[in-house]
Design a protein. Structure first.
Length: 101
């Protein structure tokens, strides 16, 4: 069903963008789209989708947050190892340079 709606919406958008029929055809298409959008069945489904998203949003937020924390921990775990290797060389150079000066 979702694919059919997207297909029809794509056809409508292509028609609006590609047509040279003028404003009258555009207005007809616009009125038809508004009629479909304002149909109680469509609005009922939109309400159902909105409720579903509201119910699932906290779960998605927790999932994203947890995985973001894991990624940050992995990145931080790898960076200090790379910085220690690179930092110890430049750190010893800096300390020997500062001792020389």
């Amino acid at each position: 069903m979702r694919g059919k709606i997207l297909f029809v919406a794509g056809l409508g958008l292509g028609y609006v963008l590609g047509t040279r029929a003028g404003r009258e055809k555009y207005e007809q298409l616009r009125e038809a789209a508004l009629k479909v959008w304002n149909d109680p069945r469509v609005q009922k489904q939109m309400d159902a989708v909105e409720d579903f998203v509201k119910d699932k949003a906290p779960e998605v937020a927790d999932f994203v947050s947890d995985n973001a924390k894991k990624v940050v921990a992995q990145v931080q775990g790898k960076k200090p190892a790379a910085d220690n290797r690179g930092g110890s060389k430049s750190g010893s150079t800096k300390s020997s340079t500062s001792k020389s000066s």
